[in-house]
Structure formats: structure tokens, C-alpha cells
Design a protein around this ligand. Sequence first.
Ligand SMILES: Cc1ncc(C[n+]2csc(CCOP(=O)(O)OP(=O)(O)O)c2C)c(N)n1
Ligand code: SF4
Length: 283
Amino acid sequence: MVNISDYGNHETAWCPGCGNFPILECVKRALVELELAPHRVLFVSGIGQAAKAPHYLDCNLFDGLHGRALPAATGAKLANRRLAVIVESGDGCAYGEGGNHFLAAIRRNVDLTLIVHNNQVYGLTKGQASPTSEEGFVTKAQPAGVFSEPFHPLGVAIAMHAGFVARSFSGMKEHVVEMIKRAVSHRGFSLVDVLQPCVSFNKVNTFAWYKDRCRPLPEGYDPTNWDEAMRTAMRWGEEIPIGVIYENRRRTFEEHFDWIDDGGLVDTPYSSERLAELIKGYA
Ligand SMILES: Cc1ncc(C[n+]2csc(CCOP(=O)(O)OP(=O)(O)O)c2C)c(N)n1
Ligand code: SF4
């Protein structure tokens, strides 16, 4: 039996009131409810306030460069398919610096979950605009306001027929837990974009701003309908739909490698003879 205490209880470096706290709690709760013990889970993260979240979990962790979590996670999943691989990072890390890796992971459909703490700002480096900041958003680095249109992660993911695309809000904990559970259980690439207030650097998209707008999808919503999912994902304004917006079971990246044992490279026995032969092949 897995308990929440198995994942530890650590002091954090976050500001009081930051939306990272409830997301961290929800990640633990989701893993416990899925009965995943810490040794069966690998977190991979980049750099940022959100990317620190797995530092506060007692389990396997690979912390890499800013934006570079997804390729490392892909390698880890190929090496050991039995691991539940979860990438957790901010909107800057996942959609800005890691933008190309985001596209590649969706195309490949690697069996991993990407949880993005989307506070629409670069929190760790003191509030510069991120790819999801809204047009006109004023920061110390963008005193005249952001000129560009925001990046729409869900719309892009659905346009590319991603496996599983969900949105949630850190102020609705039961919803976040449910989305993470469904994402981790999905076979293939899954994205959970969690809207999260940054109390220090985003004074526009506050807790109240998200709370007033986030509305769960209606009963009977069909996440397999691509056209409807596309329209739903792009709705952003007075109403922001949250829930599993798109679901699509595709062949996973790992399923192309049937010559690797079921468990992955971790189960392939070491043989110095085979290695010597392989090296000779390159001579
Ligand atoms: C390649 C690279 N560019 C920039 C930085 C500086 N940097 C570190 S964290 C960060 C912002 C993180 O923002 P986000 O990913 O949105 O996470 P948050 O801190 O808001 O949770 C930046 C720009 C870096 N470490 N490496
Ligand atoms: S700066 Fe923002 S994202 Fe970072 S800990 Fe503080 S409130 Fe959270």
C-alpha cells in the first residue's frame, strides 16, 4: 500500500500563496491513488520554480537543463518501460526553451506525462513574459507590453493529434488530481496544462482571475472529436474550459522498438562478447 508520506514532506523555496503548492500536493495524491510507489516513478524536470516541484518528492529524479527535460525523459522511458515517467516544468521551460522538444514528443507519442505549471510568466527569473503571457502584458523587461500573440499549447498539441490533452487549475485540487491520474494512466504522450497563479510576478492572471473563468467541460463532452476539441482548446477569455479536451489512442514510440525486451534496455543482459562484436562492426 502506498501512502502520501512515502513521497516525503519537504520545505520549499516558493513564495507563500504560490500555485505550485497545491499542484505538488495533487501530484502526490494522484500517484498514491494510482498506487504507484516512489521507486516506480521517474520525474524529469528542467529549471524554474515549477521545475523544482519534483525536488520536493522522495522518488527518482533527473533534473536537467532549462527546456531539455523531454529528450532525457524519452531516453529514460526507452531504457526502462516499467517506469512511470513524468516531466514537470513551467510554461517557459516546456513551451519556450523546450518548444521544439514539446513538438517532437507529441509527434513521437512517447509514453510519458508532461505536467506544465502554467503561470503565464517566467517566475524564477523575476517575471519576464513567457510564451503564454497575453498580448499587452507589462513586465519590467517588456515595459511597453508584450507584442506577440500568446502560444496556445493545447491547440498546438491537438493540431498534432497528441495522445491526451487536458487543462486544469491549481485552485481546483480534485480536478487536478483527476487529470493527472488520467494522464498517467494514458498509454502515449499526455499533457496536463495546469493554470497556476504566480503571486509575485503576475498581477493580472491571479487566483481570482482563473477561478472566475475556469469551467469544467459539460457532461457528455466527447474528447475523441478532433474538431470540437480544437474549438474547445482555443476558447480563452471570459470562459476557459478545463478537463480532458482531447484523447486519441495512437501507436507509441516504444511500440516501434519491438526488438528491445518488454521492459526496455534495463532488462537486456550485459554481454562483453556482443559488445566486442558491435564495436568491431564500426572498425
Ligand atoms: C537556456 C536557458 N535560458 C534561460 C535560462 C534562465 N532561466 C532559468 S529559469 C527561467 C524561467 C523559468 O520560467 P518557467 O519555466 O515559466 O517556470 P516558473 O519559474 O515560472 O515556474 C529562465 C529564463 C536558463 N537557465 N537556461
Ligand atoms: S515567484 Fe511566482 S512562481 Fe515563483 S515561487 Fe513565487 S509565486 Fe511561485
